[in-house]
Every structure is written in C-alpha cells, then in structure tokens.
Design a protein around this ligand. Sequence first.
Ligand code: ACG
Length: 482
Amino acid sequence: MNFYELYLRSFFDGNKDGIGDFKGLNEKLDYFTDLGIDTVWLLPIMTSPAFHGYTISDFFNVNPAYGSIEDLKQLLNNAHKKGLKFILDVPVNHCAVNSEWFQKALNGDSQYIDYFLWANEKTDTDEPRHWGGDKIWHKIKDKYFYGLFGPGSPDLNFENKKLWAEMKNVFKFWLDIGFDGFRLDAAKHIFDYDSENMIFKYQHEKNITFWKEMLSYIKSLKDDAIIVSEVWDDSSVVKKYEGVFEIGFNFPFSYDLKNSVKKESPSDFIKGLKNSMPDYLSQEKEIKTKSGNFLTNHDMTRLVSEMENSLEKAKLALSILYTLPGYPFIYYGEEIGMKGILESVNFTEDGEEPFQWYENGFGPGQTEWKGYKFNPPYSGFSEESEKKEENSMLSHTKRLLKFRKENQWITDSKIKIIKENENMTELCIYNGKKNFTCIYNFKPCELKIETSSDIIFSAGKTEKNYNSLLLGPYSMVVVAGK
Ligand code: ACG
C-alpha cells in the first residue's frame, strides 16, 4: 500500500477562491491513481480557526472553506470507485479555544470545566515544554489552562471518562461519512501531564489503555479500518507502543535515512537500519506494528531542501524508501521536488505551499492561499513541466511507486545486510518465497560491481555489461536474488 499525505488547502481549487477543497480534489483523483497511490492521508479538515486544522472547534463538521459534508461524501464515494482509500487525521489530544466545550468551561458550566486541566496551587505555570521550551500553561481571564501545543489548543483531560465516549462518537462519525481509517495524531500525548503531582510526565501505559479501547471500538465498526499512529520519539519510546497500532510512523528511520544520504555515508545508513528497523533485520522476529516509513511530513523541512538542493540525493533517498519493507508514505509536493525550510514546528506554512500545477504559477485549479516563498513559478518544478520529462522527480517517483505496487510483498519482507563499504550498500530483501538484492550508490562517482544477476529495476544512470554493472552517481539497482 502506497500512502500519500495531503494538505487539502494547497492542492486543487474547485470553486475559484484560491483554496484547495473537496470539489477540486474530486477532479484530481486520477492524479493519485496514475502516480501509484493506494491511500491518501488527509490532514485535518474539521472546523478550525487555524490554517493547519489541528485545533478543532467542531469535531463533527468540516471547515466550510473546503466545502460541505455532502461534497466530502461524494469525493470519498468517487475515490472508492477508483480503488483509492482515504484516512483522516484526527487530533483528539486538544481542541480549539473557540470550541463549544472550552467556551462552556470558561463560562463555568460544571460538566465542561472537567474536560480541561486548570492550574492549581501546586502548578508551576512557567514549566517549559521539553522540546523548544515554549510555555505549556496559558492565562485566560483569571486562570491558567494546560495547552501543550500552545495557547490556541487547550488539552482535553482524558482522566474524565466522558471524553472517551465523546471521542468514540467522533471516530464513528467520520467512518460513517466514508473514511477508511485514521492517522492518530499525537498518540503519546493523551496522558502526558501528571495531574496528581502537577508536572509534565508521559504516561505511556495510560495512553496504551486509551488507544486499545478506541481501536477495538473502531474495529468493531469497521474491521479493516487502516490505523496509523504518530508517536514522535526515539526508538526506545516507539517500542513501548509495539503491537498497539497496525502501522506506526518511524521517525528515527526518517532521520537516519535522510542523514546518511545527505552525508553520503553507507555506514550511517546501516547503523540507522539497525537502530530504526531492528526487527526487520531479524529473520525470526514477528513484526507487531508495521513500520510507517517516510522521509518528510508537514512538520519537517522538505526533502530537496534537506538535501541542500541536490535532486540526485533526494531521488536516492526516495529510491531507498520504496525498496524497503514497511509502508512507504510520501508528503504532497515531494514528488515534484517542492522546497520548504521549517524553522520551527510551531510554524508549518513554509512546508505547506501551494502544489505547483503550472510552470507559470497559475491556471485552472491552482491554489493561491499563500504566496510562494520557496517554490516560485518558472523554476522547473511543476506537474506540468515534469510529467513530460523522463528524468524529472515526478517521473522518478512514478516509476518507484509502480515498481512498489508490482511488488507488494516487499511490505512484509525482511532485510539482510549483504555488503557495505565506503561507497555503497547491498541489501537482500526477502520473504519465504521471494527475494532480490538492492545496491545503493551513496557517492557522486561511478561504481563498478561484479554481478551476473539480471536487473529488475534501476534508478539513476546504470549500465550492465555481461558480468559487471556500472552504477552512476547516487543511483541504485535491484537485481534478481542469489
Ligand atoms: C503532531 C502534528 C502537528 C500538530 C500536532 C498537534 C501534533 O503532526 O502538525 O501541530 O496537533 C511533537 C509531538 C507531535 C507533534 C509535533 C509538532 N506533531 O509529539 O505529536 O510535536 C521532539 C519531541 C516530539 C516533538 C518533536 C517536535 O520528542 O514529541 O513532536 O520534538 O519537533 C529526535 C528525538 C525526538 C525529538 C526529535 C526532534 O528524533 O528522538 O524525541 O522529538 O529528535 O527534536 C499543529 C501545528 C502546531 C500547532 C498545533 C496545535 O503544526 O503549530 O501548535 O497543531
């Protein structure tokens, strides 16, 4: 299953207001099927005062800028007819300041006061967030509320069981609309504040109990619901959630892979694999939560920018992504090499620029909700120009996704490290029945490799002469297994 992460506002405009919407997306469903995508992860689309949609004011409605519930149903219906699935990003950890729940709490409604966490005499209202140092307590009227992600998003207090029932209704509502599953936002944060001792503290066991109950409810409604969780942390924390979710984003993998390609370091790549995919390197280990592999997402600097504008390196990183086990995800715009540098996760606009359909920057459906900072017109990175070019990022990505679709078995395969030297790595990807060998050239020079095996797939400049193989700079090849 090939996943695509989509920011609707930046995609395709169906009503000429410059903002991407359901109608526009509906017109472009073939774009995904042509690209080789099976499932689209839609970033939050519920009513929200924020451009990113992660602070929700009404969990049971869509942002009117995107259209109506009917438009959404039609979109999902058409997608399903084309064999395309959609999962929805659901941030349940917090809501918006202007939500009915928070407003009622502020007005003293006793039922809702306990939906949130309020400072008391034990609270250190200056306690900083453990990343970035931002404040986690925010003053409103004469009190302070807990909001880990900022003053616009009061955390919900899941010690209150009523909220568990509310969230089950939320999941049911969106499944009934036609979604095929969910991306569970901020999964390690449901219980991250110890309200007895009034101090920030992850309570992973409690989180797991919460998610198990939500998941068994979701599965009771739709047994094939696709579930992807976001636990952004190092491998030791991610491991605590093993087996809870069907697919879990592998953040350490994302860093390790990008860094090794950027540094042209095969040994770092192997070290990274051992760190972030250890169970895939063992023949016996059962994989309880499949690795959600990705290079970037909306909270990160874009791939080409991360690779210091080297398209070859960006292509190699993608080639590796699509030849490894687990589920591969791509963030919208990466397939056309969009750029974007994020200075802070508190401001993601720079990574969410309008998708470039046209070389001149305008045309039917082009979104323009914000100006271009990183992706100006006539830069050679647009769907229009790249679809015609054999060597473009778009053509490269398309070929990789097609290869992956034809080899679905890779998802549940294992990895064996065959060879590693200062220039390249050679991996065997195998399951009980099939296998092949991937050779990645991490360097800007040509490499000569002795092999008599047939080439199954290649990306970049490669040449086969009887018993030897010439691998061009940053290229890769998949050859039949030994
Ligand atoms: C999700 C969404 C994000 C969204 C929210 C809130 C959550 O993708 O767009 O914000 O609904 C933390 C959370 C994540 C969260 C990001 C933004 N992402 O855990 O759930 O913040 C450290 C921390 C992580 C932290 C990360 C952020 O441990 O918890 O993610 O930093 O940079 C090594 C370490 C690892 C460390 C990294 C990076 O890998 O192992 O632990 O991670 O280095 O240093 C949205 C908006 C926000 C808005 C909010 C309300 O984007 O602007 O404020 O909504």
